[in-house]
Design a protein around this ligand. Structure first.
Ligand code: GLN
Length: 205
């Protein structure tokens, strides 16, 4: 599996380590030519306003938005989740969204850098419930999620991990924990997506 990690800015190196540990091959996505041939892509944490500007100037925004719209697997963490949110509160007026996740996210919704925290997240996926430590760094807060969005993880009643179709979004930094189960969840989504595509192609031919 070849997983792209958007590497324009932010916390991409830790994602690279986790995905490599899990046996995936990784492409750091820095230009539009890196988007082809990927099986899925990770949008890391960082600064969503800067990342949105760089997505635009690099030309990656348009093909990526198109892929996300067509069901391509994408995993956004923290700033990455903000980029995928259909609505943002406290964003910059000119902040461009990739969209795809029917949530409202408030930037820095838990306060400033000093209010960063760790908390135990309860994760519920079909047939699989577990707790894992989550690192929240100037995290966005999900203020609303529509019915199309599956809630997979919560902390004290706050939604922190969501999935909609092939989009996975975390307000925290799973790449900074020793627990790699959220990344495993994403890799399963990627292989399911590609198996389904292959089956559809076989039926057609
Ligand atoms: N506060 C940052 C933003 O708005 C996100 C922080 C993070 O990714 N750790 O983009």
């Amino acid at each position: 599996m070849n997983i792209g990690i958007l590497a324009l800015q932010g916390a991409f190196a830790a994602h690279q380590r986790v995905l490599t540990d899990l046996g995936a091959s990784v492409t750091l996505v820095r230009g539009v030519e890196d988007v082809d041939g990927l099986d899925g892509i990770v949008l890391p944490g960082g600064e969503s306003t800067t990342m949105s500007m760089l997505l635009d100037s690099s030309g990656i925004a348009a093909p990526l938005r198109e892929r996300v719209r067509n069901g391509f697997p994408v995993f956004g963490t923290c700033a990455g989740l903000i980029l995928l949110a259909e609505k943002i509160i406290d964003g910059r007026a000119d902040q461009q969204q990739l969209g795809g996740l029917a949530i409202t996210a408030r930037r820095n919704g838990y306060g400033r850098q000093i209010d960063s925290f760790e908390a135990s997240i309860t994760i519920c996926e079909i047939e699989n419930t577990f707790a894992m430590n989550g690192v929240f760094i100037r995290a966005p807060r999900i203020e609303e999620a529509t019915g199309d969005v599956e809630v997979l993880g919560t902390v004290n009643g706050d939604v922190v991990l969501v999935r909609q179709g092939n989009i996975l979004g975390a307000t925290f930094h799973p790449e900074l924990s020793d627990d790699h189960r959220v990344h495993e969840m994403f890799l399963k989504m990627v292989s399911r997506y590609h198996n389904d595509l292959e089956q559809a192609q076989e039926v057609r031919s």
